[in-house]
Design a protein around this ligand. Structure first.
Ligand SMILES: [Zn+2]
Length: 422
């Protein structure tokens, strides 16, 4: 494993020690990145030893196969990471990174697996998070595994699975009449009150929000290492990433930079596509308007619950990466997202999350416009299992149990003629 050299501010490049738990840059409130001594790592971290070591050691489970480029700590692990890269049956260049195979059924397991690992290392006992749903579920699970108390705040209309997870894992759950931005405000208010009341450190909450501490990005970077290793240590032409808070996109870009420094990969980095739902598309809007930052997206509404992030904290970093890579940011309406869920389930056997289907819908759009060719090598992230959204997806389809009194199987899907009557 790698000793952390320092934590570096993504905005002003101020360096901090990682000896104690840190949140944001004390000078400019920028997000912090974990930095290692790369010259030293170059000598110790060998790309070609990873597979053999992972096969030989149970401690190299999942994303911990990349322990040589992760902090030197004892992992709190549930087997997150090393998810399948599935080749599309219809598009020769398209691969689906199936993050639904993670514990708690989503990619959130990577970032929160590492963030909770570090929280345990620092001796933190209370972790708080505002969440669109899946981060709350993952935090609840990893906190339970680490014997830490999780305080989770999520909109009251999140997928039912997220509420259930919070309860079964024994978290302190608050359902909020509002959006993730309202949840974030409530976490901040609680923490302010604790500070004013001089709450002892052992009882005070630590805010583990997206990009407000350095280790969720660090865990998510393993997605970048994995996709490159799974493609034979080569970059794809493009990465399609459903973007709510954008941690994974930022983490992958960091992974590419590290891998290049280590000599693990070379060539042109992939074009990064940030995909959103039209009902909440702050990044796509800022991209289209050539703006460096997003504006708060009013009246955010989409059944892709994980994309209901009206103002991502790291919007400027996301937009920089998308533009620097030559990619793009675009949004798809809910009816196209639903149509894409049904298309992929029926034709490929893959039950996408609505967020993943926002990416496949955008893929279809770009294939149709000619910006992409079916042979272009694309890695598209299905960030969660479709089964975590049974209530949302069934509702979008107007589907009820056949035995329910008033129930009737739909005679057609409400997707504006995209899907023919059943
Ligand atoms: Zn700073």
């Amino acid at each position: 494993m790698a000793a952390i050299a320092s934590l570096e501010c993504s905005r002003c490049h101020h360096h901090l020690s990682a000896e104690t738990a840190q949140t944001l840059c004390p000078l400019c409130a920028g997000s912090l990145y974990v930095r290692y001594d790369m010259d030293k790592l170059k000598k110790t971290a060998k790309r070609d030893e990873i597979a053999a070591r992972a096969a030989a050691s149970p401690a190299s489970l999942g994303m911990w196969r990349y322990a040589c480029v992760l902090p030197d700590v004892t992992p709190v692990t549930l087997g997150e990471g090393w998810t399948p890269l599935l080749h599309s049956k219809r598009y020769p260049g398209l691969y689906i990174k199936e993050e639904g195979a993670n514990p708690t059924g989503t990619f959130k397991a990577r970032g929160l697996g590492l963030a909770v690992t570090m929280a345990k290392h620092y001796g933190l006992q209370h972790l708080a998070v505002p969440s669109a749903g899946n981060a709350a579920g993952a935090l609840a699970a990893y906190s339970a595994a680490a014997d830490i108390t999780a305080h989770i705040f999520m909109p009251q209309d999140v997928p039912f699975a997220n509420y259930l997870e919070g309860i079964v894992y024994g978290a302190d759950v608050t359902m909020v009449d509002g959006l993730i931005s309202d949840c974030a405000r409530m976490v901040a208010e609680n923490m302010k009150a604790q500070k004013e009341a001089n709450t002892p450190t052992s009882q005070a909450w630590f805010d583990i929000s997206t990009l407000k501490e350095p280790f969720r990005v660090e865990g998510k970077k393993t997605m970048g290492y994995e996709l490159v290793e799974q493609l034979g240590w080569q970059y794809p032409d493009a990465v399609f990433y459903p973007t709510g808070g954008g941690v994974g996109l930022i983490g992958m870009w960091k992974a590419f930079e590290e891998m290049e420094q280590l000599g693990w990969v070379s060539g042109k980095r992939p074009k990064m596509y940030a995909l959103q739902a039209s009902g909440c598309a702050p990044i796509a809007k800022a991209y289209a308007e050539h703006k460096p930052a997003s504006e708060f997206f009013q009246n955010a509404a989409t059944f892709a619950a994980g994309l209901r992030v009206p103002k991502p904290y790291a919007d400027t970093i996301i937009l920089d990466i998308v533009r620097e890579s030559g990619g793009s940011a675009l949004a798809s309406p809910d009816d196209q997202i639903l149509a894409s869920i049904l298309d992929w389930a029926k034709h490929e056997g893959i039950f996408l999350s609505p967020e993943g289907a926002a990416a496949t819908a955008a893929y279809d759009t770009l294939i149709a416009s000619g910006e992409l060719k079916p042979t272009d090598k694309v890695v598209l992230f299905n960030t969660g299992a479709g089964l975590k959204y049974t209530d949302m997806t069934a509702e979008a389809m107007h589907l009820r149990r056949p035995l329910e009194k008033k129930a009737a199987l739909p005679t057609s899907m409400p997707v504006g003629g995209i899907i023919t009557p059943q």
